[in-house]
Design a protein around this ligand. Structure first.
Ligand code: ATP
Ligand code: MG
Length: 364
């Protein structure tokens, strides 16, 4: 079986370091591993509109931001097909059929949708499109017959919903769709990077992000303002490293060579954590180190982004070309789906002659 990846992001803002460790970095590694036959990376503009219907300009502007971040991080248009969701009408058609295979009660139980409804204060007025976005996500994944979906932990319920739809579809209409596998980051700290404010998730919609491509000064300012252990008041106080965003970021980003270069007092993160827990290591020092680590990681991305920004029409060309390729792939799956559902009336010569015979008999 072909090994195929589908993954993507909503163009609701620039991408941040949570995206980077949760999904983007892994995608680049998978892209370069040579283990995949096809890789599709989707800019989910239609999904972004499900909770931004009144802000189409926001979605429109951010498509290019996301594409620049992709390329700056090392996604390569030769190896990975980057495309815009709304340009693939086959995805809507597929959703229309999947909607019959999912109950309202099942959607209401989806924990990600539940928490996102709360986060957006949608309780009394959930747009239908937003409520059904897990179905549209199932279409995105299955239209490309994806076998692997590298995403952050918050997407687990979506993958579960997709698998259920695949099983149901195949049971009703015969083996047609492929069940995808979720690829989570190996590093626990990367599963769901918290915000700089200490909130459970760094998220574009919460404004608690360090963005990729952000200026060095801005990154430093944000790191220095980060939430840490609120009970660690004096340097000599024992501090807590669990649930402390500064240490979660260090878990996600720091490597032994960073210690060698920026903080040779310690050989690794364990030694540093032990000192903080004992007392005697101040937040300032930890934050300075974190800033150095982040700058090392972000500087090459920032520089590549600046270069790419010089030719914006070329980025649109990449997306146009990718959208054409993606549409061809989705159209092939839709042919299979229509055949399986027996709604390919005009190709089905048996159906036409059967019906003709029926009426020939009744006339005769
Ligand atoms: P929005 O607030 O508009 O939903 P977002 O910041 O949640 O934006 P998405 O576009 O919804 O970003 O998510 C894109 C991908 O990045 C998904 O695979 C998601 O799991 C992953 N991701 C998003 N935020 C984080 C995070 N803080 N830590 C790890 N992975 C993340
Ligand atoms: Mg999200």
């Amino acid at each position: 079986m072909e090994q195929i990846i589908l993954t993507g992001d909503r163009p609701t803002g620039r991408l941040h370091v949570g995206h980077y460790v949760g999904s983007l970095k892994r995608r680049v590694e998978l892209q370069n591993s040579g283990k995949y036959d096809k890789i599709f990376i989707m800019i989910a503009d239609a999904q972004a509109l499900t909770d931004n219907a009144e802000h189409p300009e926001k979605v429109r502007q951010n498509i290019i931001e996301v594409a620049l971040d992709y390329l700056a991080c090392g996604l390569d248009p030769v190896k990975s097909t980057m495309f815009i969701q709304s340009q693939i009408p086959e995805l809507c058609e597929l959703s229309f059929y999947y909607m019959n295979l999912v109950t309202v009660a099942r959607l209401q139980r989806n924990p990600t949708v539940k928490s996102e409804i709360q986060m957006r204060n949608f309780e009394a007025s959930i747009p239908v499109g937003f409520f059904t976005y897990p179905i549209s996500q199932a279409s995105d994944i299955t239209a490309f017959k994806a076998t692997a979906v590298p995403v952050g932990e918050d997407q687990a319920p979506m993958l579960e919903q997709t698998k259920e739809i695949v099983r149901k579809f195949n049971a009703v209409y015969g083996d047609t769709l492929v069940e995808p596998e979720m690829l989570l980051p190996d590093n626990k700290a990367c599963l769901r990077l918290p915000g700089i404010d200490g909130k459970a998730k760094m998220s574009k919609s919460l404004g608690n992000c360090i963005y990729l491509g952000e200026d060095a000064d801005e990154v430093k300012k944000k790191v220095m303002s980060m939430f840490t252990d609120p009970n660690h008041l004096r340097v000599e106080d024992p501090g807590q490293v669990e649930d402390n965003p500064v240490f979660i970021y260090l878990d996600a980003f720091s490597r032994p060579e960073h210690f060698e270069r920026h903080f040779p007092d310690y050989q690794n993160i364990q030694e540093m954590k032990a000192h903080y827990t004992r007392g005697g290591l101040g937040d300032m020092k930890v934050k300075k180190f974190l800033n150095n680590v982040l700058q090392d990681e972000l500087e090459p991305i920032r520089n590549r982004r600046r270069e790419l920004e010089k030719d914006i029409p070329a980025i649109y060309d990449i997306l146009k070309e990718g959208s054409m390729r993606a549409r061809e792939a989705a159209a092939r799956t839709l042919d299979d789906v229509r055949r399986a559902m027996k709604i390919n009336y005009f190709e089905d010569m048996d159906l036409i002659s059967e019906q003709a015979k029926k009426y020939a008999r009744s006339c005769g």
